[in-house]
Design a protein around this ligand. Structure first.
Ligand code: PEP
Ligand code: MG
Length: 315
């Protein structure tokens, strides 16, 4: 009987009042699928596809890509899988995409900008994804990284649909996209907030630079205000707003993010258990109270302290 209990599926992510908060996995290849499922992932919220392209002299063929995507989607049959199209920049130069050196790779030809510049790569990737999606039962969503404008949103969404992707969205990881989230979301099916880049760009602090790592803190109220903009736009338009940056893996910040309007959280699978347990301690009203406390703080450290204090009153 004990063995049967151990094998029972973990409860889906939810707040104390029953509000569902799907808990999804960030994956960098299909190899982690079984482990993510074992740890209770309800699907995949961010599948990074860079592994297929790095260390290659030529782009992988549609057939090769299709095989990898099919492997992933088969493992998550019946579940949601959000795949991100290639996010390469001058920090990860690819001979067939963006090999011109740049002084500021984070601000350069990366993400959707690079794909648009070499559209055949994007078309092939979307074609491979659509074929894998059609051949499996997972619920495939596809999103573009580094979107900064409404026009890029419209471009990507239209191209994805033209090539057979049923659900297309964008990552919100530039302050620009967050500030105009209402207009961005009006042009696409969903948003997923990449808090790693959103923090880097909001704080104007290179996320790879150890000397300024203290600024790379998603608790900063400037970052939280931008997330609140996106959450409000999603609620207004009835569109999903996921979080797929590291912030979602912090059990207390996860509650704040839901209070700001996030409708699902995606993280490395090892963080799922702690985040699930934390969410179960708060109602949606509690989460909103934690979010208000954090938003009203002066800086990142103060925001965490304020959320902690608000949480202590509740639980
Ligand atoms: C992010 O920027 O938060 C994100 C999830 O994407 P990556 O870390 O791959 O840039
Ligand atoms: Mg990013």
């Amino acid at each position: 009987e004990r063995a049967a209990q151990a094998a029972a599926p973990l409860a889906p992510g939810a707040l104390a009042d029953g509000t569902p908060v799907p808990l999804l996995a960030n994956l960098g290849s299909a190899d982690g699928a079984a482990e993510a499922l074992r740890l209770g992932a309800e699907g995949v919220g961010l599948f990074r596809t860079e592994f297929l392209f790095l260390d290659a002299d030529t782009a992988p063929s549609v057939r090769e890509q299709q095989a990898q995507y099919t492997r992933l989607l088969t493992a998550f049959a019946g579940k949601k899988v959000v795949v991100r199209v290639l996010d390469a920049g001058a920090d990860k130069p690819l001979a067939f995409l963006n090999d011109a050196p740049e002084e500021n790779p984070a601000l350069g030809l990366r993400g959707i900008r690079a794909l648009r510049h070499s559209e055949v790569i994007l078309r092939e990737q979307l074609t491979a994804l659509a074929a894998a999606g059609a051949a499996t039962d997972a619920e495939l969503w596809v999103m573009a990284p580094m979107v900064a404008t409404v026009e890029e949103t419209r471009y990507f969404t239209a191209l994805a649909k033209e090539l057979g992707i049923a659900v297309a969205g964008v990552m919100v990881e530039t302050p620009s996209a967050a500030l105009i989230a209402d207009r961005v979301l009006a042009e696409t099916d969903f948003a997923s907030i990449g808090t790693n880049d959103l923090t880097q760009y909001t704080m104007a602090a290179d996320r790879l630079l150890g000397t300024i790592a203290m600024l790379q803190n998603p608790w900063h109220p400037a970052v939280l205000r931008l997330i609140a903009e996106v959450g409000a736009a999603g609620a207004e338009l009835g569109k999903p707003v996921g979080i797929c940056g590291e912030a979602a893996a912090d059990p207390l910040l996860a509650v704040v993010l839901v209070g700001l309007g996030a409708t699902s959280l995606s993280m490395s699978p090892s963080a799922l258990a702690d985040v699930r347990a934390s969410l179960a301690r708060y109602s949606l009203d509690d989460a909103k109270a934690l979010a208000r406390a954090a938003l009203a703080a002066e800086g990142a450290a103060e925001a965490r302290t304020a959320a902690d204090a608000a949480a202590a009153v509740i639980s």
